[in-house]
Design a protein around this ligand. Structure first.
Ligand code: SAM
Ligand code: SF4
Length: 316
């Protein structure tokens, strides 16, 4: 389906939980989020109805996200059933990777084709600091398991945080020499006003180019500009949602774990599908897409996101 500005909506980001085993300082508060009652969250059947409804409107790519999707008990079943919805041509999943070592093979067998693993630093103490509780070695084991499981594509997502990991850009980029993975540097978005993240943390992704003199320009892939290092096994992507809004090319719609359609990440507008039949979900999705805002509006420290939720409650 096309929205009112002619953008074709083909990509659904489905959040299966807002809970997480980590507490990344830029994403959510240390105390976590107030767990909602079980009956306020989408059931597995409702998630599948939402996927079918979205597919009937033209969606062909689904990304499972969270919170942390791998803490969800029925995640393999959700993936398997989503992958078998006729019309889903591409099923991807975003994870922090800490639980991936024991699940990569099952997820691949369930039909997950591509996996994104979030990793902001390769210094163990810094990893434990930024996630408030994670162990870097678990993510490395997760990446190794994903490589063995044979996903079509593995991407590492790194949020660029000034004063925290901008000194690690060459070391993080060098992961593409070690493994056949892409690494994508993403500008930090002012969504959660965290006491640990000051204005200096918000830096322009052009820092990546400055820090990697040997970088060769490649092509674009969706919202990412791609580059590579000589002799590398994977590419380096730069995603600049703050300095270079890609609203005019936005092809996505989000559904939160509590059943709210968000046609724009940075706007508060939400359309509820909890408890609806599949055909009513389709009506709500069609309404949300037709009312998708043309642009996200100003986004900076002085003018933070209007998302109205923490990132773990949206899915990124
Ligand atoms: N827990 C999973 C993970 O970390 O990959 C999936 C959910 S997480 C909300 C999805 C992505 O959003 C992660 O790559 C995370 O780093 C990113 N993210 C969270 N808060 C962000 C922010 N303020 N700006 C940019 N990216 C953010
Ligand atoms: Fe959890 Fe992902 Fe948010 Fe980190 S970024 S707290 S892993 S949801």
């Amino acid at each position: 389906m096309k929205d009112s500005t002619g953008r074709k909506i083909t990509y659904l980001r489905l959040s299966v939980t807002d809970l997480c085993n980590l507490r990344c300082r830029y994403c959510m508060p240390e105390a976590g989020v107030c767990a909602k009652a079980h009956d306020e969250m989408l059931t597995e059947e409702e998630m599948l109805s939402a996927v079918r409804a979205a597919v009937s409107l033209g969606v062909n790519k689904v990304r499972i996200t969270g919170g942390e999707p791998l803490i969800k008990k029925n995640i393999v079943s959700i993936c398997e059933k989503t992958a078998s919805v006729p019309g889903v041509k591409d099923l991807a999943l975003t994870t922090n990777g800490t639980l991936l070592a024991g699940m990569a093979s099952d997820l691949r067998k369930a039909g997950v084709m591509r996996i994104n693993i979030s990793l902001d630093t390769i210094v163990p103490e810094k990893y434990s600091y930024i996630t408030r509780r994670g162990k870097l070695e678990d993510v490395f084991s997760g990446i190794e398991a994903a490589l063995e499981a044979g996903f079509r594509k593995i991407k590492i997502n790194t949020v660029l945080i000034g004063g925290f990991n901008d000194d690690e850009i060459p070391d993080l980029a060098a992961l593409t020499m070690k493994w056949p993975v892409d690494i994508r540097f993403i500008e930090l978005m002012p969504v959660y006003n965290s006491p640990d993240i000051g204005p200096e943390a918000y830096i322009n992704a052009s820092k990546i180019i400055e820090a990697l003199p040997g970088l060769k320009e490649d092509c674009t892939d969706g919202v990412a500009r791609l580059y590579s290092l000589k002799g590398a096994k994977g590419k380096i992507g730069i995603i600049s949602p703050v300095s270079n809004a890609f609203c005019s090319d936005c092809n996505r719609v989000r559904i939160t774990a509590d059943g709210k359609i968000k046609p724009c990440l940075h706007r508060a507008a939400e359309y509820s599908i909890k408890g609806l039949s599949e055909s009513k979900m389709k009506d709500q999705l069609a309404r949300a897409i037709s009312e998708k805002p043309e642009r996200r509006g100003e986004l900076s420290c002085a003018s933070p996101s209007g998302a109205g939720r923490y990132m773990n409650q949206i899915g990124g």
